[in-house]
Design a protein around this ligand. Structure first.
Ligand SMILES: [Zn+2]
Length: 305
């Protein structure tokens, strides 16, 4: 202990703006100068450049405000050796991993539910493409029982089709899409809301719009995953894939909107919900260590009694 609190060599006796040590008592020792901005808690005077002294009574490091004389206490840097920095670096790396993994996981969930909607919404278009393909094969003289519409094996047929006609035959954009498919987002939205609520607790250093913006990469990665899934170079596409691929201009934006609304609601309600849970589940004393859940939103922390 005594080694950790060894005094640095005495600083030069006169520094700009510093009262002479003798004015504060003979046993008070100047240790250093404050090198960063720090406001006086009473008058908000910037204490940068003031002398840091070791006061005589308790041997604590303090700064005296030259304007109002209020004492600002300082904490001595905990001398944990090199491991303090190593742990800090490790934790920062771990934090980055958790954030990245979380972002990619949510993007994966969004992509998964979008696929679900996409398959389910395309049922009518599947039927339309199927009958068009069967008509084409029948016209070529293929045995109707041998037509395999699971895979469009004729690579010239699909590119030659008029996509607008297929949508029109399926009932137009409004009729072609099975809108009930979006009900999947009730489940997807619940999953995302829960995740976003936990995310907001994790992101306690962000508030408001900045907090909401932390979910933007999730949406962007979901778009990227979707785009990558659509650029497969396969020449054989089942009617299901073809139908789902046609409806993406409606399905993708609507799914991303559902995801965005769920994520926004989750991050904005996450911490208020967490506070309700903490209040309900913990006795007053045990709430105190979780006071940051309040202070991070500018609220008064819970009282211990
Ligand atoms: Zn002051």
């Amino acid at each position: 202990m005594s080694e950790q609190f060894n005094m640095p060599p005495p600083a030069p006796p006169t520094a700009p703006g510093a009262p002479a040590p003798s004015a504060r008592g003979p046993a008070e020792q100047r240790v250093s100068l404050l090198a960063a901005d720090r406001a006086c808690t009473r008058c908000a005077f910037n204490l940068v450049g003031q002398s840091i002294v070791r006061e005589s009574h308790y041997g604590l490091l303090i700064i005296r405000c030259p304007e109002c004389g209020t004492v600002a206490s300082l904490q001595e840097y905990p001398l944990l050796g090199r491991w303090a920095n190593r742990w800090a670096a490790l934790l920062a790396g771990l934090w980055f991993l958790v954030i990245t993994a979380g972002t990619l996981a949510v993007a994966g969930v969004i992509t998964g539910f979008t696929f679900g909607v996409s398959q389910s919404a395309a049922e009518r278009v599947v039927e339309t493409i199927k009958s068009a393909y069967i008509a084409h094969e029948t016209a070529r003289g293929t045995d109707p029982n041998a037509i395999n519409w699971w895979w469009i094996t004729d690579p010239t047929w699909w590119p030659a089709q008029d996509k607008r006609k297929i949508i029109a035959d399926a009932g137009g954009w409004f009729g072609a899409i099975r809108w009930r498919a979006f009900a999947i987002w009730l489940a997807g939205g619940t999953v995302l809301f829960t995740f976003a609520a936990a995310w907001a607790v994790l992101m306690s250093h962000r508030r408001g719009v900045r907090l909401v913006l932390t979910t933007l990469p999730m949406i962007l990665f979901a778009m990227l995953f979707w785009a990558l899934s659509q650029t497969g170079g396969s020449t054989f596409s089942s009617v299901y894939d073809l139908a789902a691929g046609m409806l993406w201009p409606v399905v993708l934006p609507m799914s991303l909107a559902c995801a965005a609304v769920s994520l926004c609601a989750g991050v904005l309600l996450g911490r208020p919900l967490a506070r309700i849970v903490v209040r309900a589940a913990l006795p007053p004393r045990l709430r105190v260590p979780l006071g940051w859940l309040w202070t991070c939103d500018g609220l008064a922390p819970p009282k211990p009694i």
